[in-house]
Design a protein around this ligand. Structure first.
Ligand SMILES: Nc1ncnc2c1ncn2[C@@H]1O[C@H](COP(=O)(O)OP(=O)(O)OP(=O)(O)O)[C@@H](O)[C@H]1O
Ligand SMILES: [Mg+2]
Length: 255
């Protein structure tokens, strides 16, 4: 199961990644959570102590030099096209609550066809995670659609699009779903989040003309409070936990 959590900025992608990862781990599944957003917040949301002390893979300059055979930021020079990456997850993940977290860091876009060695290593690592591993892999993506590189996105086998009750978030969701269809992603699941009433959930359901509408997660003061607390670890209320269990079942049924 290789899931990409996508959606407009601030809708709850990182929160959902953390909650789903925790839920799969509790059910005894092996889980790799990947922070694929350059603005890394997943470690904190998972409650990992001192998240700022974890160096993202994109900043491991010696590793990049060793694996790619050139300086990390060299442009236009020759470097390895298929670097060895299969040993990297075990070396660089941080384990917490049964979840293995990998923080990718910034994949610079540098215009079309930027073939920077650091990018190439990150892409190779992502492909390895998506194609060669038997764990559940959950990618916490950057907001929007522009960054969804085709090669990587194609290797994902389901998109989960998070929506909040607003036209803008549904518009972004629709664009993401279109992209997913263009690259033949088999499964698109839609999750409503921060919903304060039945009316808001209905608004989402009625406007979603893409993917499989699954659950609406309620707006939760506990989640807000946990984001304010020192550790930042997400503390979901019982109704959110129930919703996540349902989502997990719905996803699992389609595999
Ligand atoms: N169900 C919820 N109820 C209340 N607050 C929520 C809920 N889900 C998420 N939040 C809060 O909304 C904010 C944004 O959530 P989160 O960081 O998960 O979104 P995101 O989509 O990953 O954002 P970004 O696009 O910046 O990466 C956080 O402060 C989080 O605590
Ligand atoms: Mg996020």
């Amino acid at each position: 199961m290789k899931l990409a959590i996508t959606g407009k900025g601030g809708v709850g992608k990182t929160s959902l990644t953390a909650l789903l990862a925790l839920s799969f781990a509790r059910a005894g599944r092996k889980v790799i959570a990947v922070d694929a957003d350059p603005a890394t917040t997943l470690a904190r949301t998972l409650g990992i102590p001192n998240p700022e002390s974890i160096t993202p893979i994109s900043e491991l300059h010696e590793l990049i030099e060793e694996r790619m055979g050139v300086q990390p930021d060299s442009i236009g020079t020759f470097f390895r096209l298929n670097p060895k990456v299969d040993d990297l997850p075990e070396k660089y993940w941080v384990e917490h609550d049964g979840i293995r977290l990998l923080i990718m860091g910034t994949i610079s876009r540098g215009g079309t066809g930027c073939a920077c060695p650091a990018n190439a290593l990150l892409k190779a690592l992502l492909m390895h995670l998506l194609i060669a591993r038997d764990e559940v892999v959950i990618l916490d993506m950057e907001a929007g659609v522009e960054h969804l590189g085709r090669a990587t996105a194609t290797a994902v086998d389901a998109f989960i699009i998070v929506l909040e009750p607003s036209r803008q978030s549904i518009e972004t969701g629709r664009k993401i779903a279109q992209l997913a269809k263009d690259i033949s992603i088999k499964r698109i699941f839609v999750v409503g989040n921060k919903v304060r009433s039945e009316i808001e959930c209905d608004f989402i359901r009625e406007n979603v003309d893409f993917g499989t509408m699954t659950i609406c997660l309620p707006y939760s003061d506990e989640v807000v409070l946990s984001a304010m607390e020192g550790s930042g670890r997400i503390k979901p209320a019982a109704d959110i936990v129930d919703g996540i269990e349902k989502l997990k079942e719905t996803i699992s049924k389609q595999y």
